[in-house]
Design a protein around this ligand. Structure first.
Ligand code: UFG
Length: 337
């Protein structure tokens, strides 16, 4: 059996990747402190795989614990999902982000180094492109940040470059996610933000299910076809498949890489709302509101490197993303609670 450690494996992207790895014949082991996820996910994963879930409750910053876990299972690789990701919160509480996202990463890398487990996939983000001068965005674009969350992703990437330069035994794949949305088609796992959703799709889903009266559309005067922000929404199932492809590449080739995981196609806020209304048969009332600070007009990937390097590309459409998000939301109006 080949074991793969998933830090933050009970979270939104981690749990979908768990299923994709399992289907590919690998054995994922979750380490999660459940600070932004629910233990109910574990029951759902067990139901979907028909097998007990290997999971430890704990922090990625607990070095001794992580070392012991890597040794116990002789981990083939680590996928590091664990990290805080709310832009606004990172502005209000920067130290929380530096401590967890940077401190956690240093501790994890030390534990990996000490146990000779040096194969890692890292969850980075399109946030490292800041406000791109043009679109689509290739991996060569200059990097910048506009908030502490983005800063931590950028520094983590730099940490990994320095580490790889210091020791050629490291195998590292940096995955820059665009906007992951949707849910597993079973409706058993999905995105479950606590409190008011920050992101568009879960907010739209909560309006459609009647939990919120309307969507605030932040900005209608961007230089985009309909004036609203354009993003590269990617189905979380495609993203999960991207992790499997990236891990296979990392295990079979002797090169490190940084790739965009997106579809290459941008959609505006209003296009997402219309697609969601169509998929759900519900109305999603909208109100225009001022631009949200730090937002960019357009952000979508040039996804060609992932295709040539990993032989992976996203296949699900915006209609699929909305249908699966709606299925999850309507089966679980209160998420995992
Ligand atoms: N939007 C609304 N109303 C809402 C929420 C969002 O109009 O209630 C708009 C935003 O203004 C933006 C678009 O919907 O135009 C997408 O917003 P999201 O918050 O869903 O996604 P972002 O692109 O702003 O942020 C995401 C991740 C960040 C990451 C960033 C860049 O949430 O972690 O992509 O990669 F940093």
């Amino acid at each position: 059996m080949r074991f793969v450690l998933l830090t933050g494996g009970a979270g939104y992207i981690g749990s979908h990747t768990y299923l994709a790895l399992h289907a590919a014949g690998l054995t994922p082991v979750i380490l999660d402190d459940f600070s932004n996820s629910s233990p109910v996910v574990l029951e759902r994963l067990q139901r979907l795989t028909g097998q007990p879930v290997l999971c430890e409750r704990g922090s990625v910053a607990d070095k001794a614990r992580v070392q012991a876990l890597i040794e116990r299972y002789k981990m083939t690789a680590v996928i590091h999902f664990a990290g805080f990701k709310a832009v606004g919160e990172s502005v209000a509480q920067p130290l929380k982000y530096f401590a967890n996202n940077l401190g956690g990463m240093v501790s994890l890398l030390q534990a990996m180094d000490a146990t000779d487990c040096r194969t890692l996939l890292f969850s980075s983000s399109a946030t490292v492109y800041g406000d791109p001068a043009t679109v689509p965005i290739t991996e060569q674009f200059p990097r910048s940040y506009t908030n502490p969350y983005g800063h931590t992703k950028l520094v983590c990437e730099d940490m990994l470059s320095a580490l790889c330069a210091s020791n050629p035994a490291w195998r590292v794949g940096v995955l820059r996610y665009f906007n992951p949305v949707g849910a597993h088609p079973s409706g058993l796992i999905g995105e479950d933000p606590s409190g008011l959703p920050n992101n568009l799709m879960p907010y739209v889903a909560q309006v459609a299910v009647g939990k919120r009266p309307f969507l605030n559309v932040y900005g209608r005067d961007y230089a985009t076809p309909d004036g609203t922000g354009v993003r590269d929404y990617i189905h979380v199932e495609d993203l999960a498949a991207g992790h499997v492809a990236a891990l296979q590449k990392l295990l079979s080739a002797s090169e490190n890489f940084t790739v965009n995981l997106g579809t290459g196609q941008g959609y505006s806020v209003l296009e997402v709302v219309r697609a969601f209304e169509q998929a759900s048969g519900q109305l999603v009332p909208c109100q225009f509101a001022p631009r949200r600070s730090g937002d960019v007009a357009q952000c979508y990937a040039d996804a060609s490197l992932a295709h040539s390097l990993l032989n992976w590309r996203a296949t699900r459409t915006l209609a699929d993303m909305c249908a699966d998000a709606w299925h999850w939301q309507s089966c679980n109006p209160d998420g995992y609670r």
